[in-house]
Design a binder for this molecule. Structure first.
Ligand code: GTP
Length: 320
């Protein structure tokens, strides 16, 4: 299909001060004018994907305000992995089987400045005066960023910044499935601060919170880089997921944690230099199918922790 002679102008008129227009004598003038008033970014493309009309919002979204969009190939703005998906949408509307519209469908565009943007695309079929597609593009950048922030918050313990219990449970199941399928070991360590109630009672909950943050940082520093996850499991309980770690390697990590916590000082919070804390730890390791489920592995680590507490605290116990 040939592309009619279009012209594009940057004008001081209109809401955005930017308009892209077609010859006012053509039959398309009305639609071109109409789309300039819409709140969404809109393109009209011919069946070959060549842009015939574009509103100012589309030019802004695609970051093409210096040169006109008219005559450009719209699919060139799509991320490679979305081209086939777009063509599928076009086929559906062109066949006019279900509806003259499809979408909104999530896609990724590559803007004129190379920036990738998530958008929602709706495609409508215009049959008169000649077959064309009306594309409505909605920028999802803000929603995606907000969603990502919410997703991160939902997985994070607000006090310590470590993963929270929910995230721990999800990750444990994930690594359990991976490690057991590949017959690789998986270890879990549960770490519990000793006599934390006394710490709270003696110095107050604000100091208690600061202490939890210090322990979280000490655990992160002691954790090997290839360990998957450190989480705040409960009030004064933390847990580590160590894929590919057998019991011996997990024990070495627990010893590092024990040393790091023993060295914590609270003088920065105006507490005496003599104030210190310790942790008790329970380890369980899955190596050759001893545990039937990830929950059983976790229970074994918990039982080992209870034994460490019973053994006098500031110590490490393994499930065997
Ligand atoms: N400051 C503060 N304290 C918390 C938080 N969550 C739980 N705790 C406190 O942690 C303490 C846990 O006390 P216990 O379960 O008796 O355990 P413990 O005193 O550490 O004794 P052992 O574990 O047996 O060594 C309680 O005093 C809780 O109030 C929190 O988010 N902030």
């Amino acid at each position: 299909m040939s592309v009619a002679p279009f012209k594009s102008t940057l004008s001081a008129e209109g809401n955005s001060g930017l308009s892209v227009s077609r010859d006012e004598n053509t039959a398309d003038f009305n639609i071109n004018r109409f789309i300039q008033y819409l709140a969404e970014a809109v393109l009209v493309v011919n069946t070959d994907g060549v842009i015939e009309c574009a509103n100012a919002k589309a030019a802004l979204l695609l970051n093409r305000i210096e040169r006109p969009l008219l005559g450009e190939s719209w699919p060139d703005f799509l991320h490679d992995r979305c081209v086939a998906q777009y063509q599928g949408l076009v086929k559906i509307v062109a066949k006019q089987v279900l509806s003259l519209q499809t979408g909104p469908t999530e896609m990724v565009i590559r803007c004129a400045n190379g920036e990738l943007k998530d958008i929602e695309l709706s495609v409508s079929f215009l049959s008169e005066p000649e077959a064309r597609l009306l594309l409505i593009l909605r920028d999802l950048t803000r929603q995606k960023a907000e969603f990502e922030q919410l997703r991160r918050q939902a997985a994070t313990d607000a006090l310590t910044g470590l993963a929270n219990r929910r995230s721990f449970d999800e990750q444990l199941l994930h690594h359990w499935l991976q490690c057991t399928a590949a017959k690789r070991p998986l270890s879990v360590i549960i770490i519990d601060i000793d006599f934390f109630k006394q710490f709270n009672d003696s110095y107050g909950h604000i100091q208690g919170d600061a202490c939890l943050r210090k322990v979280a940082r000490a655990i992160l520093q002691a954790m090997p880089l290839d360990a998957q996850l450190a989480a705040r499991y409960g009030g004064e309980e933390f847990a580590l997921i160590l894929p590919n770690y057998n019991e011996i390697k997990a024990l070495a990590v627990a010893r590092e944690v024990q040393q790091a916590v023993r060295q914590l000082q609270f003088t920065d919070a105006a507490l005496p230099a003599s104030v210190g804390i310790t942790v008790s730890q329970g380890i369980a390791s899955e190596i050759n199918g001893q545990f039937r489920t990830s929950t059983a592995l976790l229970c074994a680590a918990d039982t080992a922790l209870y034994r460490a507490k019973a053994d006098g605290r500031d110590c490490i116990n393994t499930s065997c």
